[in-house]
Design a protein around this ligand. Structure first.
Ligand code: ATP
Length: 235
């Protein structure tokens, strides 16, 4: 029995104006698995996530979620269907409090349950429920943004550079959190600058270079022999 992928990008091309950024990119994320999308700056990782979540229209190709073609569906529709995109630079409402942000992220659960869930994962947020999100530290803002991946009860989570600009101890916390998502049977597509750590929690990996997939295989294989140097090392 074959199960439809949680996410499939099929032959996606995308451009900004006349500049092609993705060329014939195909990738799949299996249900309940962690997939890493690695590549140097400007390779097109963020663009791939934006195409997946509906923030950007591809010039060619299709996006499937759970076997359904969502290429023409809005970002809001995809979110309602169980997709959660945590963008680079933290998708929080700076002028709303932590509590208000959490309630906006929540899909269906009651307010009390939402707050309890988020604060059990990130106790630090529980001490700051009435604080404006814009006044949180960078790490706290990232925790708040990531808590959407829990309280929205998504089936598929796209996370873009969650450790960017964070202190090492907070980076540990972020990766611990990402590991707990797989225990919840959530499919995760992860982009992060820490290639080694990302690969260590991933099942499958894609390496993107200048808008094209140059590696598609097990994450563990990239950690063997000279594979890391070959595909990632020189950046
Ligand atoms: P990084 O690791 O640096 O975040 P990335 O792999 O996520 O890079 P993208 O952000 O997808 O790469 O960008 C791919 C290419 O598209 C880059 O050359 C970038 O300069 C270009 N680009 C991104 N956004 C725009 C935009 N709004 N207008 C024009 N070009 C853009």
């Amino acid at each position: 029995v074959s199960v439809a992928p949680a996410l499939e990008l099929r032959n996606i091309s995308a451009s900004y104006g006349s500049t092609a950024v993705l060329r014939d990119v195909s990738l799949t994320v299996a249900p309940g698995s962690v997939t890493a999308l690695i590549g140097p700056n400007g390779a097109g990782k963020t663009t791939s996530l934006r195409v997946a979540s509906g923030l950007m229209r591809p010039s060619a190709g299709e996006v499937f979620v759970g076997g359904t073609d969502v290429t023409r569906a809005s970002a809001a529709r995809r979110a309602k269907g169980g997709m959660c995109h945590v963008p680079e630079g933290r998708g929080v409402y700076r002028n709303l409090t932590v509590r208000e942000n959490l309630l906006m992220q929540s899909n269906a659960a009651g307010a009390k349950e939402t707050i309890e869930t988020a604060t059990s994962v990130f106790p630090r947020l529980g001490e700051r429920l009435s604080q404006k999100a814009g006044t949180l530290s960078g790490g706290e803002q990232q925790m708040l943004a990531l808590s959407a991946a829990y309280v929205a009860n998504p089936k598929l989570v796209l996370v873009d550079e969650p450790s960017l600009g964070l202190a090492p101890i907070i980076v540990d916390l972020v990766f611990d959190f990402l590991k707990t998502l797989r225990e919840k049977d959530v499919a995760l597509l992860l982009v992060d600058q820490y290639a080694l750590r990302t690969l260590a929690i991933a099942d499958h990996a894609y390496v993107l270079r200048r808008g094209e997939i140059v590696y598609d295989g097990p994450a563990s294989a990239l950690l063997q022999g000279n594979m890391f140097e070959k595909y990632i090392g020189e950046g």
